[in-house]
Design a binder for this molecule. Structure first.
Ligand code: COA
Length: 337
C-alpha cells in the first residue's frame, strides 16, 4: 500500500563534509573529568570534529552539497529548491540563501528548517511533497549542524556526545517510479524540556509602559536517561508505521539508518526490530552526534564505500529535541537492483 503520489521521488546523489579539527576522547578528558573508556562504553563515540569560524555552517554545507550534486550529475544552476535542516544557523534569518549563493544555484529558492536531530528526515519528507505536487523537480536537502557553538564545555554529561558536520542528498522527480516508499513524522512538545537550547532574555525597558526581552541562547540542557527511554520506545514504533505505509516488513529492509546519537540506542532499536547488526549503519565513533547531519553523513559513507547499492531499501529514522521523531523508507539511487 503506497502513499498517494503525484510524481515519484528519487534520491540520486549524496555528499558530506566535516571540519578538519579532531578532538578524541583522550583530548576531551583534559577539558572535563571523563575518560575514553566511559565515553566509548556508554555511547560508542571515540572522537568528534569541531568547526571554526562564523561562517562554518555555510562552508561545510556547501561542500557537502557540491559533492552530492557531483554524484547526481546535476548542475547547481538546475536546482529548484534548497532545504537546509539545521538548529545552528550562521544567520538566524536563514543560512540556506548563503549556501545558494556559494553553490551558484541561481534559480533555487532556499529556506532553513529546524527540527533538531530529526531535521534531515523532516526536510527529506518536505522536499518530497514539493516534488510530488509537481512544484519543483530537483531539490538539494542538506542536514548540517555546528552544535559545538552551543555546548556547555564544562558539562561532561553533554559535551562528550556532540560533534559538527554536514551531509546532503539530491532528490529529483521521477516519472517512472517512486523511491520514497513510506514515512511517518511526530512531535511532542510536552516533553520539550528533555532536550533544549533555549533563548533566555533579560527585560529591557523602552518606555515606562513597554519592555522587550534581549539576550541569547543558553547551552544545551539534556536529561540523558529520559531521551534514551524516548528513543528506544518511539523509534521502533515509527519505523514500523513507515514500513506499514510502504507495505513492507523489516525483513525487506537492507539498511537501518538511524540518527547517530548513541550506539546503545542503535543496538536496542535494531534488536526490537529484529534487524541483524551487519545491516545497521554506524559511524558515530568518528563523528559523535552531529544532529541534523548524522543521517546524510552516514548514508554518504556507506554509499561511497560501496555497501549501499542502487535499489537497496533503507529504513531511516531521526529523533531528538522538540521532542521530534520520524522515519522514512526509501530505495537508494536511480536504477533497480
Ligand atoms: N564521563 C564520566 N562520567 C560521567 C560522564 C562522563 N562524560 N557523564 C556522566 N558521568 C557520570 C555521572 O556523573 C554519573 O555519576 P554519579 O552516578 O556518580 O552521579 C554517572 O556517570 C551516570 O550518569 P548518567 O547520566 O546516569 O549516565 P547514563 O548511563 O544515563 O549515560 C548518557 C548517560 C548520556 C550516555 C545516556 O543517558 C544516553 O545516551 N542518553 C541519550 C542521550 C542522547 O542520545 N541525546 C541526544 C538525542 S538526539
Amino acid at each position: 500500500m503506497q502513499q498517494d503520489i503525484g510524481r515519484g521521488v528519487a534520491i540520486i546523489g549524496c555528499g558530506s563534509a566535516a571540519p578538519d579539527t579532531v578532538l578524541d576522547n583522550q583530548g576531551l578528558s583534559h577539558v572535563v573529568d571523563t575518560s575514553d573508556e566511559w565515553i566509548a562504553s556508554r555511547t560508542g563515540i571515540r572522537q568528534r570534529r569541531l568547526a571554526q569560524g562564523d561562517r562554518a555552517l555555510t562552508g561545510i554545507s556547501a561542500q557537502a552539497g557540491k559533492a552530492a550534486l557531483e554524484m547526481a550529475g546535476v548542475a547547481a544552476e538546475d536546482l529548484d529548491l534548497i532545504i537546509l535542516a539545521t538548529s545552528t544557523p550562521d544567520d538566524l534569518f536563514g543560512t540556506a540563501s548563503l549556501i545558494q549563493a556559494e553553490l551558484g544555484a541561481i534559480k533555487a529558492v532556499g529556506f532553513d528548517l529546524t527540527a533538531a536531530c530529526s531535521g534531515f528526515l523532516f526536510a527529506l519528507v518536505t522536499a518530497s511533497q514539493f516534488i510530488r505536487t509537481g512544484a519543483y523537480r530537483t531539490v538539494l536537502v542538506i542536514g548540517a549542524d555546528v552544535l559545538s557553538r552551543w555546548i556547555d564545555w564544562n558539562d561532561r554529561r553533554t559535551c562528550v556526545l556532540f560533534g559538527d558536520g554536514a551531509g546532503a542528498v539530491v532528490m529529483q522527480a521521477s516519472d517512472t517510479s517512486d523511491r520514497l516508499l513510506g514515512f511517518d513524522l511526530h512531535s511532542d512538545g510536552r516533553q520539550n524540556s528533555c532536550l533544549t537550547l533555549p533563548f533566555q532574555g533579560a527585560e529591557r525597558s523602552l518606555t515606562p509602559d513597554i519592555a522587550v526581552q534581549q539576550g541569547t541562547y543558553q547551552p544545551i540542557a539534556m536529561s540523558g536517561q529520559e531521551v534514551y527511554r524516548f528513543a528506544v520506545k518511539r523509534v521502533p514504533e515509527v519505523i514500523e508505521k513507515a514500513l506499514f505505509r510502504a507495505g513492507m516488513s523489516t525483513d525487506q529492509v537492507d539498511w537501518l539508518l538511524l540518527h547517530q546519537a548513541n550506539q546503545r540506542i542503535l543496538d536496542a532499536v535494531a534488536q526490537r526490530l529484529s534487524i541483524p547488526s551487519d545491516r545497521v549503519i554506524s559511524n558515530m565513533a568518528s563523528y559523535g552526534n552531529t544532529s541534523a547531519a548524522s543521517i546524510p553523513i552516514a548514508l554518504d559513507e556507506w554509499v561511497r564505500q560501496g555497501h549501499i547499492k542502487p535499489g537497496d531499501v533503507i529504513a531511516a529514522s531521526g529523533f531528538g529535541a522538540g521532542l521530534t521523531w520520524g522515519a522514512a523508507i526509501f530505495q537508494w539511487g536511480q536504477s533497480d537492483r
